[in-house]
Design a protein around this ligand. Structure first.
Ligand code: MG
Length: 254
């Protein structure tokens, strides 16, 4: 019986042989065709499908976190400069997952040390007033010792950068970030964590890091209530400064 079955199987294989031969075309995919994006002509410039959040002119894309009124920071020589008294600012628009490009500068001759030396930050999702959200730290990275999960390019108090690729005060620095927003189940519990990949001046500093929750100044991070699309927030911090920003653009990924 077994021999008969084996013979039948072999006969079938022999018949189907040529038809079963694999061709290169079998594993080619015809579509969907990826959309065309025109890259910038200048390095670091916004590609054609990017939303420019700050292009050097005005704060039209930004509001005050405190009262959702006009963002009170200043624009000087094409740069956006933190104004401490005006507090944090955030985008008018909300985002899910995205690619972000942002350039920042600690002023030459910055005073202070540690966390009080050129402190700002980009909250990859702003989920409430103050510093509520997920902060990618901005701080003077040059000869400025502090706790490693609070230095420049850290995911604040969760992940130190893989390396310190920072430049000196007075020089422009670049963050390129891939933010994967967390998802939440119908019961409100976190289903998939937020993930961050980040480059500092073109050097990989965060490699697909899963966050344990929003970043916190005090206490262990944990996911709280579910949240959806969120603004991107910039921090006004009393720690030295003022930090400047330029060339901020985002490409939504959902
Ligand atoms: Mg900060």
């Amino acid at each position: 019986m077994v021999a008969l079955r084996l013979a039948a199987a072999l006969a079938l294989l022999a018949l189907a042989g040529p038809a079963c031969a694999q061709k290169p075309e079998d594993t080619e995919q015809a579509g969907p065709i990826p959309p065309v994006v025109t890259p910038a002509t200048t390095p670091g410039g916004p590609p054609s499908d990017a939303i420019v959040l700050f292009g050097g002119q005005d704060l039209a894309e930004w509001v005050s976190v405190r009262d959702k009124g006009p963002a009170g920071w200043t624009v000087e020589d094409g740069a956006l400069v933190v104004k401490l008294a005006a507090g944090n600012i955030e985008t008018r628009r909300t985002f899910g997952s995205y690619q972000l490009h942002l350039e920042w500068r600690v002023p030459a001759g910055v005073a202070g040390s540690g966390q009080l030396r050129g402190n700002s930050g980009v909250f990859l999702a702003s989920i409430g007033p103050g510093d509520a959200g997920y902060e990618l730290q901005i701080l003077d990275p040059k000869d400025n010792p502090t706790y490693v999960n609070g230095q420049a390019a850290s995911l604040y108090k969760q992940a130190p950068p893989l390396v310190n690729a920072g430049r000196a005060p007075g020089e422009w620095q670049v963050y390129d970030v891939v933010w994967t927003a967390p998802t939440f189940g119908a019961d409100g519990a976190m289903k998939t964590p937020a993930r961050v990949t980040a480059f500092h001046n073109g050097v990989l500093v965060q490699n697909d890091v899963a966050l344990a929750g929003p970043t916190r100044f005090i206490g262990k991070p944990a996911y709280g209530p579910a949240h959806g699309r969120s603004p991107i927030k910039l921090q006004a911090h009393a720690g030295g400064g003022p930090v400047s920003f330029r060339n901020i653009w985002v490409r939504p990924l959902d």
